[in-house]
Design a protein around this ligand. Structure first.
Ligand code: SF4
Ligand code: SF4
Length: 424
C-alpha cells in the first residue's frame, strides 16, 4: 500500500490504533481467503479492493469531496442509495464486523447490545475507520431499538440524520415511508446543493439496478453442484458491494459472473461435487466478519447462499415500473425498499417463505440460522424459521455468536456435528 499516512492524519485517524487494525485485517484476510484453492481468477480484483480499502478507495472519496461531492455513510439497506447517487453523492456502507471496535462504545451504550451496533459506534470513537471520517454525515434509521439509541450517541460525535423506517407492512406504513424517502431527497439536496431531477434519479436507479443484477447473476451461479465459487468469496463480493465505486464494481462482478457461469457449465467447482451445501440465514455479516463461513468451509461443507442484508435481502428486490415522474419514482423506490424482509417488521412471515424458497432453489442440504448476540429480532425469528423448516423436512440449526474468536472452537464442534448429520 502506498503511504497514505498524510491522508489518514487529515481525516483525524488515530494512526497507532489504525496500524494495529490494518495488521489484524491483513493477517485475517490472508488466513481466510488467500489460502483457498481453485479460486476464480476474477477474485484478484476483489483481493486488490480489500488491500486498498483504507488507501485508494479513501483517496477516491477524498478527491470526490474536494470537487464539492458528498459522501454519505449508511448502516442499513433501507437507505435509498439511488437518492444519494442522484445528488452526485457516494453512499458507503459502514462496515462494523470487527471485534476490534466493540468495546470502544462502552459507557455510551449498554454492553448487552448487539456487536454490530457496538462496533458501529466504536469505530467512530476509536477513530480507525476512514469511511466514517470521510463521510459528510451518516444516515441512521429506526429499525431495531439498539440502533435507534446508538444513533443518539452517534449524533453527539458525528453529523447524523435519522430516517424513520416503519415496522408494519400496511398502507399507512407505506405512506409514512414514502414521505421519509421524500424528506431524504430534501436532505440530500440541501447537503449537496443540487436539485434532484426525475432524469437524474432514473439514471441513478438504473446504475443501482445494474449493480444488483450483476450480484444476482453471480449468486445464481452458486446453485450449481459442484459450486463454482466458495461461500467465502461470494460473501466478500457482497461485503465489498457497499463501498466500492458502483460502476466499476458492476463491471467486475459481471466479469466474475462470466467466469463462474463458465465454470458451472463445465462442471468445475471449488469443492468436490456433493460437498454438503448450507444456506446461511440471519443477521448481516458486515466486513470483515467471515468467521462462520470460514469455519464451515474448513469443516467440509460449503455455503451456497446468504439470506441476509449482506446477501439476498440486498440484491433481490428490484424497483417496480413507474410513470418516471419524480413522485412516481420515489414511490417505486419506497416499494423496492419495503420489499426487504427484515426481522424488525411485524409480522414478517415473508422472510420465512424466502428462506424455504432459497433452500430449495440452491439445493441446500441444510440451513444455518445465525443471529448476532443480543439481537432479539433475529433470535425471535430463529424459532419460527426452525419450526417452518422442520415442517418442510429441511435440516436446520440455529447459532448465536459475535465477532470475536472466543467461541470459534465451540462453533466448529457444533458445525461439524451438523455436517455429519447431513452426510448421514
Ligand atoms: S437486518 Fe434490518 S436493520 Fe439490519 S441492515 Fe438489514 S434491514 Fe437494516
Ligand atoms: S443484528 Fe439485530 S440487533 Fe444488531 S443491528 Fe441488526 S437488527 Fe439490530
Amino acid at each position: 500500500m502506498s503511504d497514505y499516512r498524510c491522508m489518514w492524519t487529515g481525516l483525524g485517524l488515530d494512526l497507532d490504533r489504525h496500524d494495529s487494525l490494518l495488521e489484524l485485517l491483513g493477517q485475517g484476510y490472508a488466513q481466510a481467503f488467500l489460502s483457498q484453492q481453485n479460486r476464480p481468477e476474477g477474485m484478484k480484483y476483489f483481493d486488490f479492493v480489500v488491500s486498498e480499502a483504507h488507501g485508494l478507495r479513501i483517496k477516491e472519496l477524498v478527491e470526490h469531496k474536494s470537487k464539492g461531492g458528498t459522501v454519505v455513510g449508511t448502516f442499513c439497506v433501507y437507505v435509498p442509495e439511488d437518492v444519494i447517487l442522484a445528488a452526485g453523492g457516494i453512499p458507503v456502507g459502514l462496515c462494523a464486523g470487527a471485534d476490534f471496535a466493540v468495546a470502544d462504545s462502552d459507557g455510551l451504550i449498554p454492553r448487552n447490545t448487539c456487536p454490530l451496533i457496538r462496533a458501529s459506534l466504536g469505530f467512530k470513537m476509536n477513530r480507525t475507520c476512514p469511511y466514517i471520517q470521510a463521510s459528510d454525515f451518516v444516515v441512521g434509521e429506526t429499525t431495531c431499538d439498539g440502533k435507534k439509541k446508538m444513533f443518539e450517541a452517534m449524533a453527539e460525535q458525528h453529523p447524523t440524520y435519522i430516517m424513520e423506517v416503519p415496522q408494519k407492512k400496511t398502507a399507512a406504513a407505506r405512506d409514512l415511508f414514502i414521505s421519509e424517502v421524500k424528506a431524504f431527497v430534501s436532505k440530500m439536496e440541501s447537503e449537496s446543493g443540487r436539485k434532484i431531477s426525475a432524469d437524474q434519479l432514473a439514471e441513478a436507479t438504473r446504475r443501482l439496478e445494474a449493480k444488483k443484477a450483476a450480484l444476482r447473476r453471480l449468486h445464481e451461479a452458486r446453485k450449481a453442484d459442484p459450486v463454482p465459487i466458495s461461500g467465502l468469496d461470494a460473501l466478500l463480493v457482497s461485503q465489498i458491494s457497499f463501498y466500492d465505486d458502483i460502476d466499476r464494481f458492476t463491471t467486475k462482478v459481471n466479469e466474475l459472473a462470466d467466469e463462474v457461469e463458465a465454470r458451472a457449465a463445465e462442471g468445475r467447482g471449488v469443492f468436490a461435487k456433493s460437498t454438503p451445501r448450507i444456506l446461511f440465514a440471519g443477521t448481516p455479516l458486515p466486513l470483515p466478519d467471515w468467521k462462520l463461513h470460514s469455519i464451515l468451509e474448513s469443516s467440509g461443507a460449503t455455503i451456497v447462499g446468504e439470506e441476509s442484508c449482506v446477501g439476498s435481502r440486498y440484491y433481490t428486490t428490484t424497483t417496480p415500473a413507474n410513470d418516471d415522474t419524480l413522485d412516481g419514482q420515489l414511490s417505486a423506490i419506497s416499494d423496492r425498499l419495503l420489499g426487504t424482509h427484515c426481522a424488525c417488521f411485524t409480522p414478517n412471515l415473508e422472510r420465512v417463505e424466502d428462506i424455504i424458497e432459497m433452500a430449495r432453489e440452491y439445493k441446500a442440504d441444510g440451513v444455518i440460522h445465525y443471529a448476532l448476540a443480543f439481537c432479539q429480532t433475529y433470535a425471535a425469528e430463529a424459532i419460527k424459521v426452525e419450526k417452518a423448516l422442520k415442517a418442510e423436512a429441511i435440516p436446520v440449526m440455529s447459532l448465536e455468536s459475535d465477532f470475536s474468536d472466543n467461541d470459534a472452537a465451540q462453533l466448529q464442534t457444533r458445525v461439524q456435528a451438523f455436517i455429519e448429520m447431513l452426510r448421514r
